[in-house]
Design a protein around this ligand. Structure first.
Ligand SMILES: [Cu+2]
Length: 85
């Protein structure tokens, strides 16, 4: 299963996601100018997508169950809560 999340207007769209373990998340920078930098810092899941130019994508496979918060290193108010079952 693949779910696409848009990074646009300093928000993640959607802001909450419910996924099955093993799902793949594709983060798409849908902004015209803004660079984003998605990351997760959790005990059981570490992810750093690096600086992400407009139009670019990052892929994250969710292999651990739990709730994780995906943040943006450039826009601190951008959060996406991922619930993995
Ligand atoms: Cu951002």
């Amino acid at each position: 299963m693949v779910r696409v999340v848009l990074q646009k207007g300093r928000h993640y769209d959607p802001k909450d996601l419910f996924l099955q373990r093993g799902a793949t998340l594709v983060l798409v920078n849908g902004d015209d100018v803004a660079v984003h930098h998605a990351f997760i810092e959790a005990d059981r899941l570490r992810f750093d997508g690096g600086d992400q130019e407009p139009g670019s994508e990052r892929t994250l496979k969710l292999t651990e169950a739990g709730d994780f918060v995906l943040r943006c290193g450039i826009h601190p108010k951008m959060t996406l809560t991922i619930h993995v079952q």
